[in-house]
Design a protein around this ligand. Structure first.
Ligand SMILES: NC(=O)C1=CN([C@@H]2O[C@H](COP(=O)(O)OP(=O)(O)OC[C@H]3O[C@@H](n4cnc5c(N)ncnc54)[C@H](O)[C@@H]3O)[C@@H](O)[C@H]2O)[C@H](O)CC1
Ligand SMILES: [K+]
Length: 506
């Protein structure tokens, strides 16, 4: 069940480099678990997962830097050595100035070596030609990365990225920025990343998804309370999706969704959004439409209550429709969806502005509703932070008058806007990002390309608005909308490899 306050499990907190190192240091200094123990737990966890998943390994090549990331790799080598898996350790910048815990682990490694299964090389050049190996471990750099990767480190990564054997990254693929997911000069292409103490935010941004391979979270003995400064979380299928409550006894029991949508030539968006909401088991839907478009809905939306406004020759929303629309919205408890297909006529902007200013219901603003909002010099303020905005990247740029080149910039804009305006903002794209007023942000980790077709936005908006009308909080409604879509996509792709139609997601 996705909690109504959308509490992420500890394994889904996304750490930045700074927070990761801060938690590390606080655990060592305040709790008294020293860095050597943390390193032991990290390396041991990685060895157990690795042995579970790869049973035929015989000879590892460990590329090591000089910090604690290298130490993790040495602990792993020791546990694998215990399983008769040979180790060739290459210290890219020599082993003279290793961090203390890493040095200790190098000494330990020698003590555990039996039958000369351990080889140590003091530089990248010494190691060539490299011994036979059937896997590579990346212990070069972790959260200590603080500049572009160059020199021998870059050479080793370049070489590694051309090998056919599995590559296992300690904590984070070297060269991947833990916060932004950007490549720092060059980055290692991992088949598997063992993330210690917390997944890193950069795994899900920019180049992160292409570089991490399969990610395994390795818990470390950090007190969960030390993660309270974490503001971003992974939203994936391991969050149980919520079974939507069945419709109540009376059709108004489970909340009413009011939909303000459609205009001449754009009635399809209104139909898609409304049908999508109806399919989620909402008790009743009231479609408020310009009277000129009513005949189309009489044909296509038999289960939906239609409440037309204006005259037969009205085909888009105008200032004169404001009072009647507000009166209809005020009739029952529920939520409001405004935007799909309402068009961009100048008088529609005034209409939208007044509806947003006067209406206090939980409200989802989508599509041209967002465009109208972007035309206003100042946004109306949501009533007790109960608005959801669902922009695609182009709409987000228009809304915020900001251009963003990277996912990291998009994440930062989403966090700023949701906090400043007190809204829940679902930034569609890859990854999907939900920003809340707290501010918290939730990142998805699945390919959203199949949802890029026109119409999917209307379907998603209808779903999320129905959860809002069912009483779920804005952040939970967005999470459920995204996870529901992903579940349906997985189901559809089992039947056919064709990219599904938007209506398939209803
Ligand atoms: N945080 C945790 O929960 C734990 C982290 N562990 C591991 O420790 C690393 C972080 O270790 P740290 O010693 O801070 O840094 P690194 O090993 O990542 O880097 C070593 C060293 O390299 C230098 N450096 C930085 N950038 C570059 C560069 N571009 N080129 C060359 N050299 C560079 C810099 O001096 C760094 O200090 C973390 O990732 C985990 O793997 C603990 O072992 C377990 C708990
Ligand atoms: K690494």
């Amino acid at each position: 069940m996705v909690n109504t306050n959308l509490e992420a499990p500890a394994s889904h907190y996304l750490l930045t480099s700074e927070l990761s190192q801060e938690i590390d240091q606080k655990t060592i200094q305040n709790i008294g678990i020293d860095g050597f123990t943390l390193m032991e737990v990290a390396g041991k966890s990685a060895s157990q997962l690795l042995l579970d998943q790869y049973s035929e390994l015989s000879n590892g090549l460990y590329l090591c830097g000089k910090g604690n990331n290298a130490g993790d790799a040495l602990v792993l080598a020791r546990y694998l050595l215990q399983n008769d898996i040979k180790a060739s350790i290459v210290f890219i910048s020599g082993s003279d100035d290793l961090s203390e815990d890493t040095r200790t682990n190098l000494q330990l490694l020698h003590k555990y070596d039996q039958h000369n299964r351990l080889k140590i090389y003091e530089s990248w050049n010494d190691a060539k030609p490299l011994d036979t190996f059937d896997f590579v471990v990346d212990g070069l750099l972790g959260t200590g990365l603080n500049s572009d990767v160059r020199g021998k480190y870059a050479e080793a990564i370049q070489w590694c990225n051309h090998q056919q054997t599995p590559v296992f990254a300690m904590d984070i693929p070297t060269g991947l920025h833990a916060d932004s997911g950007e490549i720092m000069g060059i980055a290692l292409q991992a088949d598997h990343t063992y993330s210690f103490g917390g997944r890193k935010q950069g795994f899900y941004l920019g180049d992160g998804p292409n570089l991490t391979g399969k990610i395994d979270y390795c818990e470390l003995p950090f007190p969960n309370k030390y993660k309270q400064d974490c503001h971003s979380f992974l939203l994936d299928e391991s969050w149980n999706s919520t079974e939507i409550s069945p419709t109540g006894k009376h059709k108004y029991d489970s909340g009413v969704l009011y939909v303000i949508a459609g205009s001449e030539g754009l009635t399809g968006a209104a139909i898609m959004a409304t049908k999508s909401a109806w399919a989620e088991g909402i008790g009743a839907i009231v479609l408020i439409c310009p009277r000129g478009t009513l005949p189309i809905y009489e044909q296509t939306l038999p289960s939906i209550i239609k409440k037309p406004v204006g005259d037969r020759d009205d085909f888009f929303f105008k200032k004169k429709h404001i009072q009647k629309s507000l009166q209809i919205i005020g009739e029952k408890e529920g939520a409001l969806l405004i935007g799909p297909g309402i068009g961009r006529d100048k008088s529609t902007i005034e209409f939208v502005q007044s509806i947003l200013e006067e209406n206090s219901k939980p409200t989802l603003i989508d599509a041209d509703g967002l465009w109208c909002l972007s035309q206003l010099t100042e946004w109306p303020k949501p009533h007790d932070r109960n608005w959801i905005l669902t922009p695609h990247p182009g709409e987000l740029s228009k809304l915020t008058a900001e251009n963003f080149d990277t996912d990291y910039q998009r994440l930062q804009i989403v966090q700023q806007i949701s906090q400043k305006e007190g809204v829940t903002l679902l930034s569609k794209g890859m990854p999907g990002i939900i920003g809340t007023p707290e501010p918290k942000s939730y990142l998805t980790n699945y390919d959203t390309t199949p949802f890029a077709r026109a119409g999917n936005g209307d379907v998603l908006a209808g779903k999320i608005a129905s959860y809002l009308a069912l009483g779920y909080s804005p952040d939970t409604s967005c999470a459920m909308g995204l996870l529901n879509g992903k579940q349906k996509l997985d189901h559809l792709l089992k039947q056919s490899q064709e990219v599904p139609e938007p209506t398939d997601f209803i």
